[in-house]
Design a protein around this ligand. Structure first.
Ligand code: PLP
Length: 481
């Protein structure tokens, strides 16, 4: 945050102009009740037309820049050898310092290919924290995911600036226990999505490399949210406070043997890629690309998106781009904590999160507090959020619920899409909801898919609490609010 008001406060002022807008409407409470009932109290099943603000995810929902849109107009739609690919390759070389660039259709496709070439049954894949698609692909390949986060990483209210650090003692112990030959790589996720977009420090990354490199363990980075992690390093790690985002990203890349990313996040497009300087990795990976993704110079992406990604990679090292969402999230988290709302601290990248077990302390994990909170937030605000708790875990082999480590309601903040007024509105409605929390009850499944049930499962509100909540809300704000 660079602009300071005369009263001394900093505001997340937008360092861009808005020149194309998309209309949004606030559906009245009665419409929201009908919509959530039809959606089985699952926010994934709501329709855009029934939403005011869509804070479900920052994936593929970010605002693109004028330069990205302009680049899409000059895309070269050749099946093989298209210019668009070579522009992406040179952006990768210039900004990330890797000579090989392998486009894929999105982040999970990169994970699929990496699982295929690196992981054998019986391997242990070391990481700071898992992501849903990462874990699924690595486990299908027969690997066991070891999440070696440090003490306090799962504390929702904290002052630890780097909850995404990998714990070095646990890393050394895992190497002793499993043996180097069973550790195909160590994976660092740049801002750990599922624990609140929390970054790791550059010092920690260098320590990880210092342990891994002499043993021949490759360091792989999931760079989907790289700009936010680099921005937090600049803000929170004294040694790098005068470095540019570009210099910090280069230094991060210099610690890695290979990186991959979902272009749907930091680069504001829809696609993904893998990059490396290793000729061996490149040769092995490229053998599989035409089978699973597409020819080497498009990898399942449209040439328009290749062009936009090339520009997105160059733009993401601009501090005004890197800070755009992180600063608004910090403002939003402060708006929440100043109202006594149990938001996850310190603020992370991608979203503001609320600890649903603290927000709704009367609801046990067996009735899914984070799912209840997501539905209730929609009912009182028209804002769509995502449950990240026990509903996002599938049942065990005996059919019992597996309680999540933490129950979070996630308010994603897509880059350059929402304003301070939007954040104030959300914090205000949350404050009303917290004052009326006894009206929020539990949920139970009536339609439950066996895998990834959070996407399409449907639930009932126990004792029909949704209707009562809407009634109390409308009594105070009027029927049109
Ligand atoms: C989104 C994401 C992925 C998966 O990428 P998709 O493009 O959604 O397939 C992987 N890792 C992280 C950290 C992500 O945020």
């Amino acid at each position: 945050m660079t602009v300071r008001l005369s009263n001394g406060t900093y505001i997340p002022i937008e360092m861009h102009k808005v020149r194309i807008v998309q209309k949004t409407t606030l559906p009245p409470a009665a419409q929201r009740l009908a919509a959530i009932e039809e959606a089985g109290y699952n926010t994934f099943l709501l329709k855009s037309r029934d939403l005011f603000l869509d804070m479900l995810t920052d994936s593929g929902t970010n605002a693109m820049s004028d330069n990205q849109l302009a680049a899409m107009m000059v895309a070269d739609d050749a099946y093989a050898g298209g210019e668009s690919f070579y522009r992406l390759q040179s952006a990768t070389q210039d900004i990330l310092g890797f000579k090989h660039c392998i486009p894929v259709h999105q982040g999970r496709a990169a994970e699929h290919l990496l699982a295929k070439i690196f992981i054998k049954p019986g391997d242990a894949v070391v990481m700071n924290y898992h992501f849903t698609t990462t874990k699924a692909h690595f486990e299908i390949a027969g690997g066991k995911v070891l999440e070696l986060y440090g003490p306090g990483a799962l504390d929702t209210e904290s002052t630890n600036p780097f909850k995404g650090n990998l714990d070095l003692d646990r890393f050394r112990a895992a190497i002793d226990e499993w043996g180097v030959e069973h550790i195909p790589f160590v994976r660092m996720e740049a801002t750990t999505n599922l624990i609140g977009g929390q970054p790791f420090s550059l010092g920690n990354l260098k320590d990880v490399r210092a342990i891994a490199a002499p043993l021949g363990i490759p360091v792989i980075m999931d760079c989907s949210l790289i700009t936010e992690n680099a921005y937090f390093i600049k803000r929170r790690e004294a040694e790098y406070k005068d470095w540019t985002i570009g210099q910090i990203i280069s230094e991060m890349m210099a610690q890695c043997d290979l990186i991959y990313l979902s272009g749907r996040k930091s680069t504001c497009v829809r696609g993904g890629m893998i990059a490396t300087n290793s000729d061996d990795y490149y040769t092995t990976l490229k053998g599989w690309l035409p089978l699973y993704e597409g020819f080497l110079t498009y990898g399942g992406m449209s040439s328009k998106e290749l062009e936009a990604m090339a520009v997105g990679i160059r733009e993401m090292v601009d501090i005004d781009v890197a800070s755009s969402s992180a600063d608004l999230i910090e403002y939003f988290v402060n708006e929440m904590t100043s109202r006594g709302i149990p938001a996850v601290t310190p603020p992370g990248g991608l979203a503001g999160h609320v600890d649903a077990m603290k927000f709704l302390p009367h609801l046990p994990q067996s009735v899914y507090p984070a799912g209840c909170m997501a539905a209730a937030v929609y009912l009182v605000s028209g804002v769509r959020t995502m449950e990240r708790g026990t509903i996002s875990m599938d049942r065990d082999e005996q059919g019992n619920d597996v309680f999540a480590d933490i129950e979070l309601c996630r308010f994603a903040v897509p880059r350059r899409v929402y304003s301070m007024a939007h954040m104030q509105y959300v914090a205000d409605r949350l404050s009303w909801l917290m004052a009326n929390k006894e009206l929020v009850g539990g949920l139970e499944f009536y339609e439950e898919p066996p895998v990834l049930r959070f996407f399409t499962g449907r639930l009932n509100p126990i004792n029909n609490w949704g209707a009562k909540l809407v009634e109390a809300f409308a009594a105070e704000f009027g029927p049109d609010a």
